[in-house]
Design a protein. Structure first.
Lengths: 469, 277
């Protein structure tokens, strides 16, 4: 990869933030942060760290990582951010060491003794500032985890680092504001979409489909006892009409009972990106809605992080092994197609189509083959990016950074650079990115890098290929 | 000098070896207890054991990974580790020493393969060190111990090789042997307390990571309560700030920072009020 030009560098690392805000908050980061108590930050960071260690399972991992980390730098080859910047501070292991060194110094006996003996003052405010900047440069895509011979999961450390920072008031305003609306706001979802607007929008979509396909494709609302509760990223209701129509069409074709609950209809969970506390409370909202409607299974729409939070953390907070099963809509569609309940017209899409794996669902090996099999069933010309599947490259907007609009130049110049080159190399007309975050990031990436490729969801294309009985 | 060599091979070795065994047992037990505790604390007990096993085996025998990234460095690393494990355990002289002192031992590797392995280890070790110095990414994350360890590890290999081959004057031989024995004792004793501990802990990495991602239910609430924010979580920052015992309103706000803090502190928005809004 070519190194960044001086102009690109300036664009990517520049910040539109006012100098007085940076000074007031003593926080030289590109993203906006709500005003919070600035004094005594290192002490409060350590208090929050201690409280989190006391009540969670991170300690075992940190202990293990400080013992085994051999600093081999192999992770550097897996990181698209480091590849683009070439800055040593973007090596995943360097980033992790920021937090691991704090742990070693303040939470291990040898570290405390050594600190006392050598007169090491320990955590400083500069270091807190460095962590605040560094942990939000990482997209927590977990690709480096696969490259670490010793099994260190740098994304886990980024996740923990952000959680601690959020407890002392340092978290991107974009995420915090959305979460607040979701948890205590009137609309109860991250986009602030009220129920009447939702119903209007769905009715309109239903009518459009009636016109296009000549049959009634409903969006069932508040159907008690339905088999599936459908939770897309709430932004889909306003921004991704085509995806939603595809989703509804699949349910119509299979004939399964499904519903959207007006009590809660947002799959988004920014807790994964900065706070376990938020993560749990948002999942509880899903749980409450599922209980209210006596649902049997939860289906998450085309959204990577929403699917991962529900699949991997719903059991953690809402019932363990007896928690409701969670599916991604692509999993559902694939299953129906395999069972012959969904028929697709071969070669319905003739243009070149490629597939972008959202990290959150591909990295664990959960959803890799299903969308590909579906795409091959109705696309005449499907091409792969390299690398792909579990080893894919992140779109550059992972871990919530896509929602932070003020860092768009950084995302499209640094974070998404490798992805842009990958997509360009395929020469595809459509890039299927079944994730609300990836879609937004990739669209901005295509626009800023002047690449002519249309970013769509899987169900956007699938909608055109469904054969209704 | 002969006495000191014997001392290093005998009592000192016994101490170093015991330290290693006990230290390694300690970290192993601590890690396993940690894993079990974490597992029991979480509600979600669904672990993808197949994946954990696959990744663990994958990295214990990383042959398939060599060519995917940094092929030269990876190959050198693999060769280095193979030599590091085999030579000390199976060198003829070591096996003989063990049999003499304990009464039983295992089969040794013949001299010439041992020599080849030793040379490979030395070359690979030197290569790794050069690779570290030469790579900006590796340099940026290297602590002093990252340079010290490979050098220390290579000392017994170089001296052992010299002692078993070169025709040396008795004095040189003894000095080298002394260095060989004491360096090896030092390494053994330090294993559990340094990053070399990865030689026993690596098989547990994947499972440690898997359980660390299991978040215990209610942990977020308990963290907030411990920090004194039981009824105002982080998504109500103003309430948190007002409630915060950390805010001591200065009589005269001098800086812009202080003014903001005082202003926010005066608003005294409680969690309930914000919720009501």
């Amino acid at each position: 990869m070519q190194p960044l030009s001086a102009e690109q560098r300036e664009k990517a690392f520049g910040s539109s933030k006012k100098a007085e805000i940076v000074e007031r908050q003593r926080l030289p980061v590109r993203y906006h942060v709500e005003d919070f108590y600035v004094e005594d930050r290192p002490r409060r960071f350590l208090e929050a760290f201690a409280a989190i260690l006391k009540h969670t399972n991170y300690r075992v991992a940190l202990d293990h990582y400080i013992r085994i980390s051999a600093k081999c730098a192999r992770c550097s080859v897996a990181c698209q951010v480091y590849e683009a910047t070439g800055d040593a501070r973007d090596v995943p292991c360097y980033r992790s060491e920021l937090l691991l060194s704090v742990y070693r110094r303040h939470f291990t006996v040898s570290g405390v003794l050594r600190g006392r003996l050598l007169g090491d003052p320990g955590l400083t405010d500069e270091k807190v500032q460095e962590m605040a900047a560094s942990f939000f440069d990482c997209t927590a895509c977990r690709r480096c985890h696969f490259e670490c011979p010793l099994g260190v999961d740098h994304a886990l450390i980024t996740h923990l680092g952000r959680y601690i920072l959020s407890e002392i008031g340092i978290a991107p305003r974009a995420l915090v504001v959305s979460t607040r609306e979701q948890l205590i706001g009137k609309s109860g979802n991250t986009s602030g979409i009220p129920v009447p607007a939702l119903l209007d929008s769905l009715e309109f979509l239903s009518e459009s489909m009636q016109e296009e396909r000549g049959i009634e494709i409903p969006f069932p609302i508040d159907q008690e006892g339905a088999e599936y509760l459908f939770l897309p990223a709430v932004s889909d209701f306003m921004m991704e009409a085509d995806t939603l129509m595809g989703n509804a069409a699949v349910f119509r074709a299979t004939g399964d009972s499904w519903t959207i609950g007006t009590g809660y209809y947002d799959g988004i969970n920014y807790g994964l990106f900065y706070s376990d506390h938020v993560l749990e409370h948002v999942l509880r909202k899903i749980h409450d809605e599922a209980e209210r409607l006596k649902i049997k299974k939860i289906v998450i729409g085309e959204c990577g992080h929403a699917s991962r939070t529900a699949k991997y953390f719903y059991p953690a907070f809402c019932g363990g092994r007896s928690a409701l099963p969670v599916l991604n809509i692509m999993e559902y569609t694939h299953q129906a197609w395999k069972e012959g309940r969904l028929k697709l017209k071969p070669n319905a899409i003739e243009e070149t189509v490629t597939y972008h794996d959202p990290c959150n669902i591909a990295r664990p090996g959960w959803i890799v083959q299903q969308p590909r099999e579906l795409l091959k069933a109705f696309c005449g010309n499907f091409v792969e990016m390299t690398p792909n599947g579990r080893n894919n490259i992140c779109c550059g907007g992972g871990s919530g950074t896509v929602s932070i609009d003020e860092i768009r130049p950084y995302r499209t110049t640094v974070g998404g650079r490798a992805k842009a080159e990958q997509i360009l190399a395929t020469g595809a007309k459509y890039c299927v990115a079944p994730c609300a975050n990836c879609k937004k990031q990739l669209r901005e990436l295509m626009e800023d890098n002047h690449i002519d490729c249309q970013i769509v969801g899987l169900h956007d294309l699938l909608y055109k290929a469904i054969i209704f009985d | 000098m002969e006495f000191w060599i014997q001392f290093g091979r005998g009592p000192l070795f016994a101490v170093a070896f015991s330290l290693m065994v006990l230290g390694v047992a300690r970290i192993l037990v601590l890690t396993i207890v940690g894993i079990v505790e974490a597992y029991r604390r979480s509600w979600d007990r669904i672990v993808n054991w197949k994946e954990v096993r696959r990744q663990t085996v994958h990295w214990l025998v990383p042959v398939g990974r060599l060519w995917r990234s940094r092929p030269v460095y990876s190959t050198l690393s693999l060769l280095f580790h193979v030599g590091l494990l085999l030579v000390p355990l199976f060198a003829g002289a070591h096996v003989l020493l063990w049999r003499r002192s304990v009464g039983f031992a295992w089969k040794a590797i013949p001299q010439s393969p041992t020599d080849v392995l030793t040379i490979i280890t030395l070359v690979a070790g030197a290569g790794l060190l050069l690779g570290r110095v030469g790579s900006a990414a590796a340099r940026s994350i290297s602590r002093p111990q990252e340079y010290f360890w490979p050098l220390l590890l290579l000392v017994p290999f170089a001296t052992g090789f010299a002692c078993s081959h070169a025709t040396l004057s008795p004095r040189t031989y003894q000095s080298l042997m002394l260095l060989h024995v004491y360096a090896a004792d030092l390494i053994l004793a330090l294993i559990p307390f340094t990053k070399i501990a990865h030689c026993v802990l690596t098989p547990l990495s994947q499972i440690v990571t898997a359980v660390a991602w299991k978040f215990p239910p209610g942990a977020g609430d308990r963290v907030a309560a411990t920090l004194g924010y039981a009824d105002c979580p982080s998504w109500i920052p103003k309430a948190r700030l007002a409630k915060s015992g950390h805010v001591v309103a200065p009589t005269v706000a001098k800086t812009a920072t202080e003014r903001v803090e005082v202003k926010l502190a005066k608003q005294e928005v409680t969690a309930q009020e914000v919720t009501a809004q």
